[in-house]
Write a protein that binds this ligand. Structure first.
Ligand code: CP
Length: 312
């Protein structure tokens, strides 16, 4: 059986193109499973997974939990808001206490970039990064690439623009790594203040004009402005941001082709996209959410199979 080259999923940067393709083809099989009348398989019956969320989440948390249950894993959930972290317990102490309950895989979301890498060096469990600060969100990028592949047949040569708050976005960085490894061309578009200065070093185009970016692309991935990560103002007002970078039906109708609209969620309706666009046939936002379960089943299955493989 094919194996991943990594023991943990910490970011897309560490994956090879073959790793990504293995995850996508494994997800194909799990997508078939979750569309059956009986949606459960016994693949992870002997595996215990802890979901540790030190930051808010709706989609990622529910999607991982559902993926784990579909694979018949035993699941425990931890949310920092109701935990002893509030009493001053360190990350390593918290995780080691959870691991003492014989946990095999830790799925973790954390506000600090590199928290997953740190944990992987200090605890005896496999780590899956569910988003670490403004660094990486690998399963989001994998489900985004899976959704583009499903819609357009392949990633190779496709043009994808990521629009909005690139500076504070883990989704943008993971998508750039993933799309480029799969052969797509990538552009970023947004206010100059929200584009990291050296982003072109990653091999992406930079465009400040939304209309030009949309005219160039096959797919536009619209990102939320991450106010919670901003300690200063990066643009004059939300009204001005919407005028310059909000996608509405009028701008889409003015293009000479139909492009695919994506969004990782949560959406600020009326800011980065209008409700009309979000709910239109051009948007594949709910397909992304559906595909997230299959992708996370594939990731957990492949990481768990390495535990069993290494233990032999
Ligand atoms: N896309 C995403 O990470 O959403 P949540 O923050 O709701 O998990």
């Amino acid at each position: 059986m094919s194996q991943l080259s990594v023991d943990h999923l910490l970011g897309i940067k560490e994956l090879t193109k073959e790793d990504i393709q293995l995850i996508l083809t494994t997800a194909d099989q799990f997508k078939e499973v979750i569309n059956r009348p009986i949606k459960k398989v016994p693949s992870l019956r002997d595996i215990t997974i802890a979901n540790l969320f030190f930051e808010n989440s709706t989609r990622t948390k529910l999607s991982f939990e559902l993926a784990e249950k579909r694979l018949s894993a035993d699941v425990i959930n931890f949310s920092s808001a109701q935990s002893s972290v509030k009493k001053g317990e360190t990350l390593i102490d918290t995780v080691n206490n959870i691991l003492a309950m014989k946990v095999d895989i830790v799925v973790m979301r954390h506000p600090n970039p590199g928290a997953g890498v740190f944990l992987s060096k200090h605890v005896n469990a496999r780590i899956v990064n569910a988003g670490d600060g403004a660094h990486e969100h690998p399963t989001q990028a994998l489900l985004d690439s899976y959704s583009i592949r499903e819609k357009l047949g392949s990633l190779d040569g496709k043009k994808v623009v990521i629009v909005g708050d690139i500076l504070h976005s883990r989704v943008a960085l993971s998508n750039i790594y993933c799309l480029k490894k799969l052969g797509a061309e990538v552009m970023v578009c947004g206010p100059a203040t929200l584009i990291p200065r050296h982003i072109a070093d990653l091999g992406v185009k930079v465009e400040l004009n939304l209309k030009k970016a949309l005219q160039w692309c096959d797919v536009a991935n619209m990102l939320r402005v991450q106010n919670e990560r901003m300690d200063i103002s990066y643009f004059p007002s939300v009204r001005e941001y919407v005028q310059q970078y909000g996608v509405n039906q009028e701008i889409l109708d003015s293009l000479d082709k139909e492009i695919v609209i994506m969004h990782p969620g949560p959406i600020n309706r009326g800011v980065e996209i209008t409700s009309e666009v979000a709910d239109s046939g051009q948007a594949i936002i709910l397909n992304q959410v559906e595909n997230g379960v299959a992708i996370r089943m594939a990731v957990l299955y492949l990481i768990a199979s390495k535990i069993q493989h290494n233990d032999q």
